[in-house]
Ligand binder design. Structure first.
Ligand SMILES: Nc1ncnc2c1ncn2[C@@H]1O[C@H](COP(=O)(O)OP(=O)(O)O)[C@@H](O)[C@H]1O
Ligand SMILES: O=c1ccn([C@@H]2O[C@H](COP(=O)(O)O)[C@@H](O)[C@H]2O)c(=O)[nH]1
Length: 212
């Protein structure tokens, strides 16, 4: 019997725009249901460089990611195969030794800053979403988050933002907005956008004969 294709939703936007919040808000509507969150950040390349050198890497450039591995994993999940996803540790700028076993699900939300920059990844998605949040709000959120949960100093966050995060956003992330089906201001707080997405996902589930 032919397997039914899962739904793939891509959620992108700048760093701290609210991608994770939007993805979790959708997830909450399907609690107990078959939904999987896949973060592009888990696929940052593993590095053998010393920590002092890893700190200097441009983590906002497409080449920072092991995109072939991400595509391979997404493709396997689409074909109903399980994967062992790497676990990334921002505090050491490297992959940890752990992996997480992900079983295939009916709905896959792929979330990350550069997922719409890649044509092959875009072609694997049914719905493409861009979370659009002003730069000043994003940088304030990033300072608060990175100091608390990513082990960063204020100076390092500001230096990284000016050197790589901001220029790469304007070179790669913002231009990928043109590929989005839906642009969501205010991220996870945008209840109308969340409801529209949930309704659309349920409609596709029904079309494909997947149980909700
Ligand atoms: N609407 C909001 N208002 C205030 N803080 C928010 C809002 N949305 C997200 N945040 C906070 O901003 C930070 C980044 O949000 P997150 O959803 O993780 O963004 P992203 O996944 O795009 O990096 C988190 O600390 C989160 O709690
Ligand atoms: O080692 C690392 C890896 C990544 N980053 C930064 O993370 C963001 C992407 O994560 P969001 O959750 O979307 O903010 C990206 O802008 C990188 O600069 C890092 O600082 N260090």
């Amino acid at each position: 019997m032919q397997q039914k294709k899962p739904i793939v939703i891509g959620v992108t936007g700048g760093s701290a725009s609210g991608k994770t919040s939007v993805s979790r808000a959708i997830f909450d509507h399907f609690s107990g249901h078959s939904l999987l969150l896949l973060a592009q950040d888990a696929y940052y390349k593993k590095s053998d460089m010393p920590f002092s050198e890893r700190k200097k890497i441009n983590y906002d450039h497409p080449l920072a990611f092991d995109t072939p591995l991400l595509k391979d994993h997404l493709n396997r999940l689409i074909h109903r195969q399980a994967v062992d996803q790497p676990v990334y540790d921002y505090t050491i700028h490297n992959r940890s030794d752990r992996t997480v076993h992900l079983a295939p699900k009916d709905v896959i939300i792929l979330e990350g800053i550069l997922i719409l920059d890649d044509a092959e990844l875009r072609d694997m998605m049914d719905i493409k979403v861009f979370v659009d949040t002003d730069d000043d709000i994003r940088v304030i959120r990033r300072i608060k988050r990175d100091m608390v949960s990513r082990g960063r100093s204020l100076d390092s966050i500001i230096n990284q933002y000016l050197k790589t995060v901001k220029p790469m956003y304007h070179q790669f992330v913002e231009p990928s907005k043109r590929y989005a089906d839906l642009i969501v201001p205010e991220g996870g707080q945008n209840q109308v956008a969340i409801d529209l997405l949930v309704t659309k996902i349920k409609a596709i589930l029904a079309e494909r004969g997947l149980q909700e």
